[in-house]
Design a protein around this ligand. Structure first.
Ligand SMILES: C[S@@+](CC[C@H](N)C(=O)[O-])C[C@H]1O[C@@H](n2cnc3c(N)ncnc32)[C@H](O)[C@@H]1O
Length: 704
């Protein structure tokens, strides 16, 4: 900042202080001086102790010394801000601690008005005065308000004039102070910064409006996705106070801006805010979902209302609550336009209710992209995760229906890389070059959550890091397992149906199943696979089976695809598998294991898979979550995919899994022994039957 600028700021501030002094001398405590000047409290004590010219207290009240704020401001003018603070958070022209102090003081004077005006009304009056001051182009007086509004109406801005008139009617006494603050703020900081500073005080003033604002970074992402749009039109049909709209408009400079909000009071605040920013816009106080809005635009942005708490009580699925917003956003689009809809992630997990099995938020195939946003994005809705949906104006306009681009920006930011907004915008502008670790294409059916779709595509680096972490934790106990060498690989997949034989389970009649009868054929069904009963405890007599019993082979893998996939190896064979459990058989495994030569009398080749490895891969998270998920029908095991592995890798993995199994058994025995000793010791002492012998007996016999 130049010296001249600094002088201007100070002169303006002096004028303002003079006015304030004329009305009333404001007194401040040392704590308030620290708060307004944005320094720590001990700093003020130091200033007072070390500088003989620090203003004297005007009077003492209880323990507090009270100072004249004007004297303090002048004294602080001699203290320049350190270079790191000079720019000010919002780019304001602040040069000295005096400037910072005055800013805090101004805003406190608004707080003093809270007794006269409720938070939202105070904000409405403050914003309307600021807008009128901006339109007037010169300092406002209270007497000049009606004329000012008339002037706005006569200049063809009747909507804005009405908003100003509504906000500024029946002003209470004491509003001159607010007018002083507004005049000084606009003069020193300009209309846009003045209104933003007032809004940033909204919470302190008891207004809850700001809590609904779209997070800045989401607006930045939308702006980056829209790109330069000179000549295009922009619409936000649920604009609130316009944080999203303003940020997008600020970056892309549209030719025309339209906005609506069902809440008339918010629409008025928005009109005033936009005036202060010098952004001409058509703002309507209408319900955008009830045909109250007949707008068309090239770009539609919407952060629709939703309330997760209400939703739980009214029972309407979130996707159904939000789909009218998605439909409206698309309806408002001009051909070739794009709409952006912010939704909570939970709305993307839904069973299809639309023709063709489309997700309710797919809007007849107009959905182009789903961006799962980084978590903890919303400071007022902590714990809710969000996604941004991108729509085109017509179904399948540029791409096929199944070409929705699913992007996981949350996973991308988890890698610790900076600059996710530009990166994600790049994925959408060049989808063919988008990284497979974070994006994929698919149909908008069932779950639209990108993370669900990308389970197969976890980057090797991510998996390796997770394994390394586990290995470090294990090193003290099992150095051999911890040192197992692994490396990234990309060799693709094959389906279970291509590799193995899948056999259905039998419909065994429950009334014929016996318990603890070793003479029958052991049953493996839901109870065994879920661990409810031990294998072998249920059986069925051969005569009770309606036809020749098809029993398992040793090494068959019995699988249940219900809430998740469960699998167990039938080591002994000879069991009856009860549906809905099924059998996966590795061709040639029994012959290989029993050392039977092939038809030409040669030793058999390894079948390329072992039951233990197969069961482990089937129950890995990648497959386990799919049983009722979006990609595989509940019982269709044949479509599950397994990685291509070389036989040597399978054999080694089998050994490692066997070692892990053994270690687990050993650790379980160890743990059980520890628990037994604890139980026996405590029980004996509690019964009064046992006591521990203290080495140095007699030191503390009666410890308790
Ligand atoms: C999450 S806020 C929007 C915040 C805004 N994007 C911003 O950055 O300030 C949602 C807004 O939708 C408005 N709204 C709710 N139902 C509406 C409807 N049917 N038509 C228009 N606006 C509506 C609410 O009043 C609220 O201001």
């Amino acid at each position: 900042m130049s010296e001249t600028d600094g002088n201007v700021v100070r002169e303006v501030a002096m004028m303002q202080m003079d006015r304030a002094e004329r009305t009333v001398t404001q007194l401040v405590t040392m704590t308030e001086i620290a708060e307004f000047a944005e320094v720590r409290r001990p700093t003020v004590s130091n200033w007072r102790r070390r500088h003989p010219d620090f203003p004297n207290a005007v009077r003492e009240e209880g323990q507090s010394a009270l100072f004249d704020s004007a004297e303090i401001a002048r004294w602080l003018d001699a203290r320049p801000l350190p270079p790191t603070l000079l720019a000010g958070g919002d780019g304001e022209r602040l040069a000295t601690y005096g400037d910072v102090f005055r800013r805090g003081l101004e805003l406190r004077s608004l707080g003093a008005l809270r007794d006269t005006l409720h938070g939202d009304r105070l904000l409405a009056v403050a914003l309307a005065l600021t807008a009128l001051r901006v339109l007037a182009g010169e300092p406002l007086t209270l007497d000049g308000v009606p004329d000012g509004i008339r002037h706005v109406a006569n200049s063809g801005r009747s909507g804005e004039a009405q908003a100003l008139a509504r906000s500024l009617r029946e002003l209470p006494d004491g509003i001159e102070r607010l007018l002083d603050v507004v005049n000084a703020l606009v003069l020193s900081a300009g209309g846009a910064r003045a209104v933003e500073r007032l809004l940033s005080q909204a919470d302190r003033l008891g207004s809850a409006n700001r809590q609904n604002a779209t997070p800045e970074v989401v607006s930045d992402l939308v702006a980056a996705l829209v790109g330069p749009m000179a000549g295009l039109t922009l619409l936000d049909p649920a604009a609130g106070l316009g944080s999203l709209l303003l940020r997008v408009a600020g970056v892309v400079t549209p030719a025309k801006v339209q906005a609506a909000d069902v809440d008339e009071a918010k629409a008025d605040l928005l009109r005033c805010r936009l005036i202060c920013h010098g952004l001409p816009a058509e703002v309507r106080g209408v319900d955008a979902l009830l045909d109250g809005l007949s707008a068309v635009a090239d770009v539609v942005v919407v952060d629709p209302p939703f309330n997760p708490l209400d939703r739980r009580t009214n029972g309407v699925p979130l996707a159904a609550e939000l789909s009218p917003w998605a439909e409206a956003a698309v309806r408002f689009l001009r051909p070739g336009g794009r709409a952006f809809l912010l939704v909570p992630l939970a709305a993307l997990r839904s069973t299809p209710t639309r023709p063709g099995g489309l997700h309710p938020l797919a809007v007849d195939g107009t959905l182009r992209a789903v961006i799962q946003l980084p978590r903890r994005l919303h400071s007022f809705r902590v714990g809710v995760e969000f996604a941004l949906l991108v729509y085109g104006s017509q179904p399948g306009e540029h791409r096929q229906l199944d070409d929705v681009l699913f992007c996981d920006a949350d996973r991308y930011t988890a890698t610790g890389v900076e600059g996710w907004v530009a990166e994600v915008a790049g994925w959408l502008s060049m989808p063919d070059a988008a990284p497979a670790a974070f994006t994929c294409r698919g149909q908008p059916r069932r779950s639209l959550v990108p993370a669900d779709r990308l389970t197969d595509l976890r980057p090797a680096a991510f998996e390796l890091a997770r394994l390394r972490e586990a290995q470090i934790a294990l090193h003290r106990f099992e150095p051999e397992l911890a040192d197992l060498p692994v490396e990234p690989q990309t060799r693709g997949y094959r389906t279970v149906g291509e590799l193995f034989t899948v056999l259905p389970g039998r419909k065994a009649d429950d009334s014929r199943i016996r318990t603890n009868d070793p003479t029958g054929l052991p049953i493996i069904g839901v109870a065994e696979l879920t661990g409810a009963v031990a294998v072998g405890s249920r059986s069925i007599g051969t005569l009770d089976l309606s036809d020749a019993a098809e029993v398992t082979y040793a090494g068959d893998v019995v699988v249940l695809a219900a809430d998740k996939i469960r699998a167990m190896v039938d080591e002994a064979g000879g069991s009856i598998v009860q549906s809905p459990a099924q059998v996966i058989r590795i061709p040639g495994f029994v012959d290989y294991q029993q050392g039977r030569p092939d038809a030409q009398g040669r030793p058999r080749e390894h079948p390329g898979m072992t039951p233990r490895v197969l069961a482990a891969l089937l129950t890995a998270p990648r497959n386990a979550g799919r049983a009722t998920g979006s990609l595989v029908r509940r019982v269709d095991l044949t479509r599950l995919v397994l990685p291509r592995l070389k036989t040597g890798e399978v054999v080694r993995l089998d050994e490692v899994l066997a070692t892990i199994e053994e270690s687990r058994r050993g650790a379980a025995e160890h743990l059980a022994a520890i628990e037994r000793i604890q139980a026996a010791l405590v029980a004996g002492v509690a019964e009064g039957a046992l006591r521990v012998i203290v080495d140095n007996d007699g030191v503390s016999e009666e410890g308790s």
